[in-house]
Write a protein that binds this ligand. Sequence first.
Ligand SMILES: Nc1nc2c(ncn2[C@@H]2O[C@H](COP(=O)(O)OP(=O)(O)OP(=O)(O)O)[C@@H](O)[C@H]2O)c(=O)[nH]1
Ligand SMILES: [Mg+2]
Length: 205
Amino acid sequence: MKIRSAAFQCSSAKASQCPRPDRPEFAFIGRSNVGKSSLINLLTGRSGLAKVSGTPGKTQLINHFLIDDSWYLVDLPGYGYARVSKDRRAGFSKLIRDYIAGRENLVCLFVLVDSRLEPQKADIEFLNLLGNNRIPFALVFTKTDKLSDNQTASNVARYKRFLLQSWQELPPIFITSSEKKKGKEELLEFIENCVNTYASHTGEE
Ligand SMILES: Nc1nc2c(ncn2[C@@H]2O[C@H](COP(=O)(O)OP(=O)(O)OP(=O)(O)O)[C@@H](O)[C@H]2O)c(=O)[nH]1
Ligand SMILES: [Mg+2]
């Protein structure tokens, strides 16, 4: 699939302010600075669409982007960034929790993890929260341009072994680099299949 049009729709400070849930939606989440906004720009082919920053905590609202007039990509604030105030952190996590628990049109949540790191506590806690709430998700390894192919494969294998200690099956997994434009086709194909399945279930098109 190739994205033909991508437009910023709105920023929401509360889950209840999000657009009407009348079309399938895919959201990107992960620790601050992991590369969520960069990946949205890679997928849409528009480098300035989602705001990217070297300073963690750039995205603080729920940002909806309307794609091809038929589905949403959503850029979420990061979690697990310690240098914001406690209030802010609580605010972030309530915003995120409200969003994931209540968003009926959320088809898949892409959880981004830094390919260079071993499983991080905040990520594992978040994945467990998703599992407990039966939220469909996929795991996306980011910034693989910073590693050799061998090192990436070995880190991904380590992550899978870790997950299989407590999960019965693995989620869909994607290996990406926004810098090297890697993983774009695979992600878009996955999204396309999900959009088609969603349409067939809701009786549209
Ligand atoms: N080398 C490399 N750098 C990347 C990649 N993706 C993102 N970055 C860099 O990582 C930093 C953070 O990227 P963002 O896309 O803003 O990350 P984010 O997860 O949206 O961050 P917050 O909105 O602050 O939570 C920026 O300096 C990006 O240029 C990648 O694939 N490779
Ligand atoms: Mg961001």
